[in-house]
Ligand binder design. Structure first.
Ligand SMILES: Cc1cc2nc3c(=O)[nH]c(=O)nc-3n(C[C@H](O)[C@H](O)[C@H](O)COP(=O)(O)OP(=O)(O)OC[C@H]3O[C@@H](n4cnc5c(N)ncnc54)[C@H](O)[C@@H]3O)c2cc1C
Length: 404
């Protein structure tokens, strides 16, 4: 029987990524996923019902990690031809191209979207219009709910299924399924980490207080000012941008990129590797000018690594993208989020404590990430650089200097 971690220490909680495989596989349905104060889900076993079969332990990919073994991979940089959908996507829209291919086969697609209360959850869609909800990264852990068992039902009925998520979610799903299905296509993102749902909910309350309840969309990576300076954006019911702040000034983005509210398991992530169990791994391509200067470089490009024959075959049949094949080494950056866990932020414990004790958590966000004079200056400087077309050049020089 797996351990009840809901009230466990930080170190104990590092042993659970919340993938739900243990709860989905339990033959007695006696494991429920429950939220801790940070909003992350942990399995809780009803010991009275448990028969000690051990399936929950065996399915766990943290207890039983997949051994990484080398195999042949194909690498591409990808841009969706549909410019509207590409703009709505985080990078080049490769995910949408794969998902649309599956829907054309009368299949279903699983991905992360907002529910009516703007919480991030996994949903199942069978219609291309609905795919829009999955586009754009949400830097918060998504609630999987009963997605794994629904995927299994769809597969048993012989339907094509595309499941997209973080690497731990994809490994969890494959472990739960326990065998290969020819009609299952899995897409994982290179994932830096996932942020606290509770922190995001407080942030959203703050935004709603400011802009009213008529918020129709929130995008962590809006290309309002181009791909390379993407913004946290809030849109109202008429689609108007009512708030747009970059990574230097939006408190939620600053909290996420300073690693102050990530899931404990993200600081020691076992799913960071090159050779994965998914069919496709996708991530941001900011260096397209170095790989293929014929492809435009400020509307978003996806790096794609294909791990399986099935993935190669499917990508060969997709005609909704511009692509350029390169060597995997051209797009793999050794120090990137594909390989390295985020470092622990030593202010995390204090932040989370202050956050839970504050009457409105958003106050803590503002206190830790204030809109100080230096932040304001950075924001104005970035906007001037974007508007004068100097942003990319200055960013490249800054990176070079920082690197050296
Ligand atoms: C939490 C997170 C962290 C990331 N960290 C990095 C990083 O450090 N470096 C990097 O290069 N790329 C990172 N990415 C990937 C990147 O943001 C893009 O998703 C990727 O470039 C693919 O872009 P796209 O335009 O092809 O598709 P997108 O429009 O981004 O769609 C991709 C898919 O991501 C899924 N998704 C979105 N949010 C979540 C979520 N919270 N949980 C599970 N699945 C989700 C959606 O279901 C969708 O299917 C991260 C993504 C996420 C979700």
């Amino acid at each position: 029987m797996i351990k009840n971690l809901l009230n466990g220490s930080f170190e104990e909680k590092q042993n659970c990524c919340g993938c739900t495989a243990c709860s989905a596989i339990c033959p007695k349905h006696c494991i429920t996923m429950q939220r801790d104060s940070e909003g992350f889900l942990y399995p809780v076993v009803n010991e009275k019902e448990c028969v000690g079969c051990g399936q929950c332990e065996r399915v766990c990919r943290i207890k039983n990690p997949v051994k990484e073994a080398e195999f042949e991979q194909k690498a591409f940089v990808v841009q969706l031809l549909d410019e509207t959908q590409r703009r709505e996507s985080t990078s080049g829209g490769a995910f949408t191209a794969i998902a649309r291919y599956i829907l054309e086969k009368n299949g279903v697609v699983y991905g992360a979207a907002y529910d009516d209360d703007l919480r991030v959850c996994h949903f199942r869609v069978c219609d291309a219009v609905e795919l829009r909800r999955f586009r754009n990264s949400k830097y918060v852990q998504s609630f999987l709910g009963d997605a794994f068992s629904k995927v299994k039902e769809d597969l048993k009925q012989g339907r094509w299924v595309c499941f997209s998520g973080t690497p731990c979610q994809v490994e969890g799903l494959k472990s739960y399924l326990g065998r290969d299905y020819e009609t299952l296509v899995t897409v994982d993102v290179v994932c830096r980490a996932v942020g606290s749902p509770t922190v995001f909910e407080s942030y959203m309350k703050m935004q709603k207080k400011k802009y009213g309840d008529n918020i129709s969309a929130i995008l962590f990576r809006d290309k309002h000012h181009g791909y390379k300076y993407s913004n946290m954006t809030v849109r109202d019911n008429e689609g108007r941008v009512v708030y747009a702040r970059g990574v230097e000034s939006d408190p939620m983005l600053r909290a996420f990129f300073s690693n102050i509210c990530d899931r404990p398991s993200c600081y020691n992530c076992l799913f960071k590797k090159r050779y994965r169990v998914s069919d496709f791994t996708i991530w941001d391509c900011f260096q397209i000018h170095d790989i293929n200067s014929d492809m435009d470089d400020d509307k978003g490009t996806t790096n794609m690594l294909i791990h399986t024959d099935k993935g190669r075959r499917i990508f060969g049949e997709i005609n909704s993208v511009r692509r350029y094949e390169c060597r995997p080494e051209d797009i793999l950056v050794p120090q990137s989020a594909m390989f390295k866990s985020v470092p622990y932020n030593f202010r995390r414990e204090a932040f989370m404590k202050d956050f839970s004790e504050s009457p409105s958590g958003s106050q803590t966000l503002i206190e830790y990430f204030p809109d100080s004079y230096s932040v304001k200056i950075k924001r104005i400087a970035r906007l001037i650089l974007v508007k004068t077309g100097m942003h990319d050049r200055v960013k490249r020089i800054y990176k070079k200097v920082k690197g050296s």
